[in-house]
Design a protein around this ligand. Sequence first.
Ligand SMILES: [Zn+2]
Length: 481
Amino acid sequence: MASDSPVAIQEDDPTKATTALLSFNTDSSSSKSPRKLTTTIVFISLVLLSCIALSAAVAFAFLFFSAPKTTIHSSSFYSRPLKKLNHPVVLLISSDGFRFGYQYKTSLPNINRLIANGTEAELGLIPVFPTLTFPNHYSIVTGLYPPYHGIINNHFVDPHTGESFTMKSHEPKWWLGEPLWETPLWETVVNHGLKAATYFWPGSEVNKGSWTCPKGYCRNYNESVPFEERVEIVLEYFDLPSDEIPVFITLYFEDPDHQGHQVGPDDPEITEAVKRIDGLIGRLIEGLEKRGVFQDVSVILLGDHGMVGTCDKKLFFLDDLAPWIEIPSDWVQSYTPLLAIRPKGVDPKDVVAKMNAGLESGKVENGKHLRVYLKEDLPSRLHYAASDRIPPIIGLLEEGFKVEQKRTEKKECGGAHGYDNDFFSMRTIFIAHGPQFARGRKIPSFENVQIYNLVTTILNIKGAPNNGSLSFPSSVLLASP
Ligand SMILES: [Zn+2]
């Protein structure tokens, strides 16, 4: 009765439940010795604690001794031996413009099979700058940044000869940047007395060094060849006697880049295009399995760059800079997303200063979304200065913006790439499956200039000097047993 009023108040307040319980215990123990009760509680607590500690120790011991047999199997540290082939084979597949993240748009059972049983760049593969098709495809197969392999844009003009490079230029002179030591993977492979085959890849039709684009092992680019046919032809190489199977094979699909330019990255058309690529990967896996070589072949599925939407009037017009400086169209080598200007008869430094004065004035529409640089003042991480082919003035645009010469009424809405390679939207995929790739492993993002050394390491051949790191392959590949 002595605790009537406090207990009643405490029970009404759930936040004071502990105090209520304490009051109750005090009351109920009033007839016993408090010291004896405390001793009993301490004893029971110690027994309980001992039981918990013992159980935990038993559980840890069980996990420790059982783990090697289940999750940490010793073989997962080492590359798996070849079962049928007598030499490692790398099949390098490019799905153009496969932005990182497209793989989550819909269910892609075949690509996900490669991811689940292979190694994936968890947040995507980083393209080189400019994030355009030709510079990136050639960086992938040479390990060089564009100034060093020479393909600094999809289109450009040689300042010494005035000749124009286009995506149809197969003369070796274009594909020999400074210095002259690069060899694309097909040439490196042939230099080692091995066979290579290309089913389309920028630069693969160029006769250079030991590579002669041999008949049956090299195709002249023709975008109308159905994707399914390309897969079938590549599979037929695996019907050859083991010694004649090319050890390096490229395969190229124009999608989903094609759709991305037309409708931007978020349209259902992209989902359909990505599903189709997944179907082709399924066809390829099935064909390799039928020939008993799927587990032997190193399949590397990647893209060259991402894609970003360009709608919502994100336009900038060079003519708007007229009050500061006039930029005639014959100075402009490319507009967008890579603005490249070679001024005639004026100091590029003055042009940059006047352009940036206009852009920073706050009086030019979307001016704050463009910044121009002398190429040597660009951030060094872009690696975009060391070539005469790169015009002296380069503009960096914010994501999704476009540059045009003058205002027009035309409505623009679609997708683009070519921006700073630091933008997440420019990232693409890297998914690799094969005997030297761990199953279900995620690796950090890396630049595509690392691929060259990765492929030569898998093939166990010596590569040419390049911009990739020599230690990169061992950080990704499983060790030899
Ligand atoms: Zn592309």
